[in-house]
Design a protein around this ligand. Structure first.
Ligand SMILES: [Zn+2]
Length: 294
């Protein structure tokens, strides 16, 4: 307890948080950032407890209980509970909708701090812990914890591309295309609503811009975090020590070894019918209109 207290007095733990809807390219940005030795990614760390209990795979290629990094971290660590409950969600909704509401008073701080604290303590060379959980409710929750300093990077990707990825079933369960576009709308709407209200430093990345002009976008990231990304990132991605939880396809070690650089994936344009693409475009236009007029 004394040690935790000491850290509060000394400095806040710096967290880079990747937010947005899934399938928006967060893994690529996560990997890119992880090539910097001062940044340590723990992937979708909000799933820590589940990964531990079910002994799921870490992105290093080993199961949780066999991964030396997580074995060390989870030793003597109590159960990690996300304290956000139904009442907290209602508070968040009120905070977002009600223009007078200035902050949210959560009853309990998330015990995630203890997890971050231990990661930082075990790895004194790192400046940032990278959490790519993406969930906006979690961003709100972490923002409320005064012991943490959050550097949020929000990623937005074309609606049709995201919905196509969900409906293709190449990763995870196959989801309905149209429902996925609606989900895209709501997640991004809540994200923009919160970012506006949050009024703190944030970096917004349009995934398509990132893939088309990676050098330019990397420069924006470097400026925002005051870090340097090696020009040789493609090679580095193949060899980084990476223990992200719930890795997706490209984060898995065998696929990382095949990484051949940042490319703009336009397959969705061929895979989708004209009607589906137009539907996605309409959803995007509605969101843009609402954001502009709100
Ligand atoms: Zn591992």
């Amino acid at each position: 307890m004394w040690e935790i207290h000491k850290v509060i007095k000394m400095e806040k733990i710096k967290i880079i948080y990747l937010s947005g809807i899934g399938r928006s390219g967060s893994t690529l940005i996560d990997l890119l950032l992880s090539t910097n030795q001062k940044i340590f990614s723990v992937g979708e760390v909000y799933q820590y407890q589940k990964v531990k209990e079910d002994n799921l795979m870490c992105s290093c290629g080993k199961k949780f209980n066999n991964c030396d990094f997580w074995k060390q971290i989870s030793k003597d660590l109590c159960k990690i509970i996300n304290h956000v409950n139904l009442i907290d969600y209602l508070k968040m909704t009120n905070y977002l909708i009600n223009p007078i509401s200035k902050n949210i008073n959560f009853k309990n701080n998330s015990s995630n701090y203890e997890l971050f604290y231990k990661i930082k303590k075990n790895n004194s060379k790192i400046n940032f812990i990278l959490d790519s959980s993406k969930d906006i409710a979690r961003l709100i929750e972490l923002d409320q914890d005064k012991r943490l300093e959050i550097y949020n990077i929000s990623i937005i990707r074309n609606c049709s591309a995201v919905a196509n990825s969900f409906s293709s079933g190449k990763q995870g369960k196959k989801k309905n295309y149209y429902i996925s576009t609606i989900k895209w709308f709501f997640v991004n709407y809540i994200m923009f609503k919160y970012l506006k209200k949050r009024n703190k430093r944030t970096l917004l990345i349009q995934y398509e811009d990132f893939c088309k002009h990676p050098e330019k976008e990397i420069l924006r990231i470097e400026k925002y975090l005051k870090i340097k990304i090696s020009k040789n990132y493609s090679e580095k991605i193949k060899n980084i020590e990476y223990h992200g939880l719930v890795p997706n396809r490209i984060a898995k070690i065998k696929n990382r070894k095949l990484f051949s650089g940042i490319k703009y994936d336009e397959k969705w344009k061929i895979e989708l019918s004209q009607f589906k693409k137009s539907f996605g475009t309409i959803i995007e236009k509605i969101l843009n209109y609402i954001i502009k007029t709100n």
